[in-house]
Design a protein around this ligand. Structure first.
Ligand SMILES: *[C@@H]1O[C@H](CO)[C@@H](O)[C@H](O)[C@H]1NC(C)=O
Ligand SMILES: *[C@@H]1O[C@H](CO)[C@@H](O)[C@H](O)[C@H]1NC(C)=O
Ligand SMILES: *[C@@H]1O[C@H](CO)[C@@H](O)[C@H](O)[C@H]1NC(C)=O
Ligand SMILES: CC(=O)N[C@H]1CO[C@H](CO)[C@@H](O)[C@@H]1O
Length: 446
């Protein structure tokens, strides 16, 4: 009876907790290994592209959040109409030209095209004829905590780049788009949220990475604030600025300079960990995944899980991006090569033999000087775990997020390994073909 009583109490308490989330009669959705495996390739790509513009542009609708540390000493740039650091949330760029866009001086009334596009920073200055701009440089005077939003979360668009902000973080409480794409409201709302979670701001990308810094008087030093020339006094017409900005952004294709922004992959939280509908909300763009296909209650559950992770100490247990990089380095170009029709059968077998050799243990033969019986079904195990090896050294320190990420990465390596090992086995069953390889140098047995 006592046991039953305790059980009943436990059920009652669990029910009470679920009701306390304000969602009567429904249990919050939870992350799971099954969801991570179902979305394995999306998670793998999100990890491999995090903090890098190239992959973030290809998969611009971000589903994931990464607590991050911007290193003390990192330099940031800001364009402003005022010489002194602004109060309140502001946009700081890693690229100088990005900030320069917003620091241009002009005659009053002659608005800059880029400022119209962004709809920001246009502050009226009564009584003056010239609106002067300032290019400010800051440095982090301590390690700064930022929440990184992946994909192209700084791109003000309707295709899904803003879902993680407007639907998850802001719970769909967005303002009118006509009011400068609601960017001021977005930045104010999200600063309020991330400050409460212990961050100094958040970081996202469009054409370059930008930091939305919530209080410039805390954690940053102003190093300089230089006034820009009026258009007629510049050395040139500055027609190239947009292209120069793009050139600078290209330096971030593979990430920011080493050490500037460190993502805590072991504290990653992704919509892909959860059992939600990730399909498109737009029939004309079925290729676009959207957080917007999930229900608002589900998105609130993801936010609440994210809050819990953010409030815990930073972990940095495993550099999951390094793991995915190893897999990509080994297999990506190779897969592209082997699926072309440019290879002769001999070259194809050379490549297939090469990529699988590490995992396959050749059978012993009569006459071997040293020989043992081998278990050939172990090739698949060896292959799928190969690049995950470093993570197993710290397995005792994994938390739930490491398990979700591991499930996803292992699902990807399993897929690759199954294909290459099965393909090898079917060719091995045919026997070695009598064809010339056309390859001059043979480095070892294929
Ligand atoms: C709490 O949720 C359960 C279902 O999960 C429901 O049966 C119960 O009525 C709810 N209680 C309150 C006080 O809302
Ligand atoms: C967000 O609000 C809009 C407008 O009210 C609505 O059409 C949309 O379905 C909502 N999205 C979610 C995920 O609830
Ligand atoms: C071979 O290895 C696999 C995977 O490790 C294992 O499940 C199987 O029992 C092994 N077979 C033998 C005969 O040892
Ligand atoms: C053309 C123009 O707007 N001129 C103004 C420049 O500023 C002075 C002082 O504020 C005004 O008196 C002018 O009308």
């Amino acid at each position: 009876m006592l046991v039953l009583g305790i059980l009943a109490l436990a059920v009652f308490l669990l029910g009470a907790t679920a009701n306390d989330t304000g969602q009567k009669g429904r249990k919050p959705i939870e992350p799971s290994l099954a969801s991570s495996e179902a979305n394995a390739f999306h998670i793998f790509n999100a990890i491999q592209s995090a903090g890098r513009l190239w992959g973030s542009a290809l998969r611009h609708n971000g589903f994931s959040f990464f607590p991050a540390v911007m290193a003390k000493g990192t330099l940031l740039y800001h364009g402003d109409r005022h010489e002194q650091p602004p109060a309140g949330p502001e946009w700081l760029a890693f690229g100088i030209e990005h900030a320069e866009m917003f620091s241009r001086s002009h005659e009053k009334g002659q608005r800059q095209v880029q400022q119209q596009v962004r709809g920001l920073w246009e502050r009226e200055e009564g009584g003056k004829n010239n609106s002067r701009g300032y290019l400010q440089m800051y440095t982090a005077n301590r390690d700064v905590l930022l929440l990184y939003l992946d994909g192209m979360a700084a791109a003000k668009s309707h295709v899904g780049t803003l879902d993680s902000q407007d639907l998850v973080l802001r719970e769909n409480r967005t303002g009118p788009w006509s009011d400068k794409m609601d960017e001021l409201g977005r930045v104010r709302d999200i600063c309020q949220i991330v400050i409460a979670w212990g961050f100094d701001g958040f970081v996202r990308s469009e054409i370059g990475h930008e930091v939305v810094y919530c209080d410039l008087s805390n954690g940053l030093n102003l190093l300089s604030s230089t006034r820009s020339f009026m258009p007629q006094d510049r050395l040139s017409a500055a027609r190239l600025l947009l292209y120069q900005m793009a050139r600078t952004a290209s330096h971030e294709y593979d990430g920011l300079p080493r050490g500037q922004l460190r993502l805590d992959f072991s504290s990653m939280v992704s919509g892909f960990f959860f059992p939600i509908d990730i399909s498109s909300t737009n029939p004309e763009r079925p290729d676009l995944m959207r957080l917007g296909s999930a229900s608002l209650n589900e998105l609130k559950d993801i936010k609440s899980y994210l809050q819990d992770i953010c409030l815990r100490p930073r972990r940095f247990t495993i550099d999951w991006q390094a793991i995915t990089d190893s897999v990509v380095l080994r297999f990506s170009d190779w897969l592209a090569l082997i699926t072309t029709d440019k290879l002769s059968i001999g070259e194809f077998l050379e490549e297939l033999g090469r990529i699988t050799m590490l995992y396959i243990d050749a059978p012993s033969l009569p006459g071997d000087i040293y020989g043992e019986a081998k278990n050939h079904s172990e090739a698949f195990q060896r292959c799928k775990r190969h690049y995950l090896t470093p993570t197993y050294l710290v397995r005792k320190e994994w938390n739930a997020d490491d398990y979700y990420i591991h499930a996803a990465v292992q699902a990807v390596t399993s897929d690759i390994c199954q294909i290459i090992l099965e393909t090898r086995a079917s060719f091995a069953a045919l026997g070695r073909p009598r064809v010339a390889t056309g390859v001059q140098i043979q480095m070892g047995p294929a």
